[in-house]
Write a protein that binds this ligand. Structure first.
Ligand code: CP
Length: 302
């Protein structure tokens, strides 16, 4: 059964096919009638063990635009609270004749574990600090849309690289597509294995921004940190916050991205987040077309 568990094990050809399929769906989404019958008779469960706004809603919308039947599960209001296991929960959902599972979980590897035990298609909607494949796909797709191509572009990912599944999936996707990738952030928020990923590492924000064409700005993942984290949000904003003052010190215009949710005034100021340099809501718009493409291809319609 085909799954999308991460970007690490898919090919550049897979990514190009997803992009071309998303191009077609983006055109559909701009028509007066935005629905196609492609996944009629397919039932999809969105199973979220962690909070989400963009990923959960855009998967649900993508499923509805493809005419699939959908059910939504949030662990906070479920029998997980009574002690039911992940596998029992998913097997009970599958007993209701569900074909595909979209899952977000706080444990790295949770969707990989499920893939070994169940027969339905699984799409990883974020597993702890590990991967967030559809976010990386929509980010790379948005760069391609803005700059014409991903190959040869200089992309810096700024922020909490250590705890970010968005960073890891973005690194895999961008490198597979031929981008030159840099990570920038405090050394305390860099993973020890960063040297194995084939990316440039820079701790000075201005140097990184002067180098890049695109800056993908991440938030500090406070929910995944110890109590006494360093730097504090105030220190982080002072040294790594992207704002108008910082951008004015560059001798060129760069594209600003953010996967959301934004902590305004910490990693990104409102005067940049809401400016013409930012494509943040465009990323969200593209998320629906990308997720339609992934669902369509996994359902066997390639
Ligand atoms: N970008 C992203 O994954 O946002 P949500 O956590 O709101 O889904």
């Amino acid at each position: 059964v085909p799954h999308l568990l991460g970007i690490k094990n898919i090919t550049p050809e897979d990514i190009h096919l997803i992009f071309e399929t998303a191009d077609n769906f983006k055109e559909v989404l701009n028509r007066p009638i935005r629905k196609v019958p492609s996944l009629r008779d397919i039932t999809i469960a969105n199973v979220f063990f962690e909070n989400s706004t963009r990923t959960r809603l855009s998967f649900e919308l993508a499923e509805k635009r493809l005419s699939a039947d959908t059910i939504n599960f949030a662990s906070s209001s479920s029998s997980v609270k009574k002690g039911e296991t992940l596998l029992d929960t998913v097997n009970n959902i599958l007993a209701m004749k569900v074909d595909m599972i979209v899952m977000r979980h706080s444990s790295p590897g949770a969707p990989h574990f499920l893939a070994r035990h169940i027969k339905a298609n699984i799409i990883n909607a974020g597993d702890g600090t590990h991967e967030h494949p559809t976010q990386a796909l929509l980010d790379a797709y948005s760069i391609r849309e803005r700059l014409g191509d991903v190959a040869g572009k200089k992309v810096v990912i700024v922020g909490d690289i250590l705890h970010s599944r968005v960073a890891l999936s973005n690194i895999f996707a961008l490198k597979k597509l031929g981008a030159d990738v840099m990570v920038c952030g405090p050394p305390t928020l860099m993973p020890r294995f960063i040297g194995e990923l084939g990316v440039r590492v820079e701790s000075d924000l201005l140097t990184a921004l002067r180098w890049c064409d695109v800056a993908n700005i991440l938030r500090i993942q406070l929910e995944r940190q110890q109590m006494h984290y360093f730097p504090s949000l105030r220190e982080y904003a002072m040294y790594y916050g992207v704002n108008r003052h910082v951008l004015r010190q560059l001798d060129k215009e760069i594209t600003i991205m953010h996967p959301g949710p934004i902590n305004r005034g910490v990693e990104l100021s409102s005067d940049v987040a809401d400016s013409e340099h930012a494509i943040i809501l465009g990323q969200v718009e593209n998320g629906v077309a990308i997720r339609m493409a992934v669902l369509y291809l996994l359902a066997g319609n390639a």
